[in-house]
Design a protein around this ligand. Structure first.
Ligand SMILES: CC(C)(COP(=O)(O)OP(=O)(O)OC[C@H]1O[C@@H](n2cnc3c(N)ncnc32)[C@H](O)[C@@H]1O)[C@@H](O)C(=O)NCCC(=O)NCCS
Ligand SMILES: Nc1ncnc2c1ncn2[C@@H]1O[C@H](COP(=O)(O)OP(=O)(O)OP(=O)(O)O)[C@@H](O)[C@H]1O
Length: 236
């Protein structure tokens, strides 16, 4: 199985690229979705976060007030690190189960969309790594337009992540999403061909088909050995 890493900065266009993969039938595991699931009322992550941050981060219905928690952690690196460390095991476990389900369904290529792929050191599990890069001015404009937040809040959110230029330096494939959606689409077509090229041997052996092929050849090897062994004992 090939596990492709997809990352970038906030509002750099990861979800837009994810949607292009989905429309080409490549399944996506979205870490933001997993991060939402692990904070659902009553879950293990929810209990830890409520115990650590108190009832003031809850809405009246007991769900986490996400904008409120966001405000607390985005401008405070210590609290952010603390929240990240609390949730990291739940998020990694959630991602693992989703990957396992896709493996069992026989998918050969999947994409992990993880905003904090490098920060959370999950990059070691993915190859190739695609970084969706955008120039800083466009990034802030798109973030402001999408989230309708203040410029200060938007800058804090950008500064809460590893710089996009550093991420670009760690990428196997860079998509520059500073231009139009048409421009993005054109780059995507090339990336899609590269990402869906035939699996290497190692990737094949990690796929469900590869594991079954190994099991099948092992089983037939054992059967053949037993037959030969039995024939020999009969003769002697
Ligand atoms: C702080 C929270 C409650 C804010 O929720 P909110 O709905 O406002 O934002 P949302 O979850 O949709 O995230 C939007 C974007 O913010 C960025 N972001 C989210 N968490 C973090 C973080 N801890 N550090 C830096 N950037 C972050 C990502 O680019 C993400 O795509 C939420 O982001 C959260 O629980 N974060 C911690 C979990 C985490 O690490 N998530 C990222 C998945 S790898
Ligand atoms: N090439 C483009 N031209 C114009 N708008 C774009 C382009 N690419 C993305 N956008 C818009 O920019 C915003 C951010 O894009 P998107 O949501 O895909 O980013 P993201 O990296 O997934 O963000 P987050 O980290 O917050 O999840 C969205 O409103 C999206 O529609």
């Amino acid at each position: 199985m090939r596990i492709v890493g997809l990352t970038g900065g906030i509002a750099s266009g990861k979800s837009t690229v994810s949607n292009l993969f989905k429309s080409h039938d490549v399944p996506i595991v979205d870490a933001d979705v997993v991060a939402r699931e692990v904070l659902m009322k009553g879950s293990g992550g929810w209990k830890k976060v409520v115990a650590a941050f108190g009832d003031e981060i809850l809405l009246e219905n007991g769900e986490v007030n996400r904008p409120r928690l966001g405000q607390i952690v985005i401008s405070d690196p210590d609290k952010r690190q603390f929240l990240n460390r609390l949730l990291a095991p739940y998020i990694s476990r959630g991602i693992f189960w989703k990957v396992l389900k896709l493996w069992m369904k026989g998918y050969k290529v999947i994409v992990l969309d993880v905003p904090l792929l490098f920060e959370a050191k999950m990059d070691k599990f993915t190859k190739p790594i695609i970084v969706v890069w955008v120039d800083p001015e466009t990034q802030i404009q798109r973030l402001l337009a999408r989230d309708k937040s203040s410029e200060e809040d938007a800058r804090n959110r950008i500064n809460a992540q590893m710089s996009l230029d550093v991420k670009r330096g760690k990428a196997d494939i860079v998509i520059d999403n500073t231009g139009s959606l048409d421009d993005l689409n054109q780059q995507f077509q090339k990336v899609f061909v590269e990402v869906t090229r035939p699996l290497t041997w190692t990737e094949f052996l990690r796929s469900r088909q590869g594991v079954f092929a190994i099991l099948a050849s092992f089983t037939s090897g054992v059967v053949l050995f037993m037959k030969t062994f039995n024939n020999h004992t009969h003769i002697s």
